[in-house]
Design a protein around this ligand. Structure first.
Ligand code: MYR
Length: 190
């Protein structure tokens, strides 16, 4: 018997999956090209995270994704950094990577936490050769978080502390709030 026709939803789900795989493969090809061009793993790590120019740099993507996220999710302003971290882990990752993450290891001040990913589609099909063991392959994601948070007035540092490509048991990034710039009402009341 021929397979039942796909419903609209199933069709979109498979289109999404193809897009995700295409993104993962394209990202991999770009990392490989950067390794060839720049030769230094440290330099590639910076490029994947950094600010200017190339469209696949995480920070750049984050500054744009945040608008899409706010428009599609209907999330209203978070009361504090803790709520923001939860929103990123539960809704942000779901929307853009199709997985959820866990927020854990808060410091006492509530300004530093870990976001842990058990499942990371960005590394599907990826294996690091011995020659690039220092490569922080997922710097795109830490850059995205940093860029997105800066757009909602939170200056952060985001660093990887666990990476399965480097033999750890999960992907864990540390997100540290450096400064929260209060948003100013643009008009005077007088
Ligand atoms: C607020 O304005 O307080 C809410 C801020 C929510 C920021 C959420 C940013 C989501 C960025 C997506 C992360 C994608 C990771 C792949």
């Amino acid at each position: 018997m021929p397979p039942a026709p796909k419903s609209g939803d199933a069709l979109f789900a498979s289109v999404d999956r193809v897009n995700a795989e295409l993104f993962t493969l394209t990202y991999g090809a770009i990392v490989r090209q950067l390794l060839t061009d720049l030769e230094e793993v440290e330099e590639v790590n910076k490029q994947l995270d950094q600010i200017k120019g190339f469209i696949f740099r995480g920070y750049n993507i984050g500054t744009r994704l945040v608008d899409e996220f706010l428009a599609k999710s209907n999330v209203s302003r978070c009361v504090d950094f803790k709520e923001t971290a939860d929103v990123i882990a539960k809704l942000g990752f779901k929307m853009f990577l199709g997985v959820t993450a866990t927020v854990t290891n808060w410091d006492v001040e509530g300004t530093s936490c870990s976001i842990v990913l058990e499942d990371n589609p960005l590394v599907d099909f990826v294996e690091l050769p011995d020659t690039c063991q220092g490569l922080q392959y997922c710097n795109l994601l830490s850059g995205v978080i940093r860029g997105a948070l800066e757009m909602v007035s939170m200056k952060t540092e985001v660093t990887w502390v666990r990476d399965m490509l480097r033999g750890d048991d999960a992907y864990e990034m540390r997100v540290k709030l450096i400064k929260q710039v209060p948003e100013e009402y643009p008009y005077k009341d007088d």
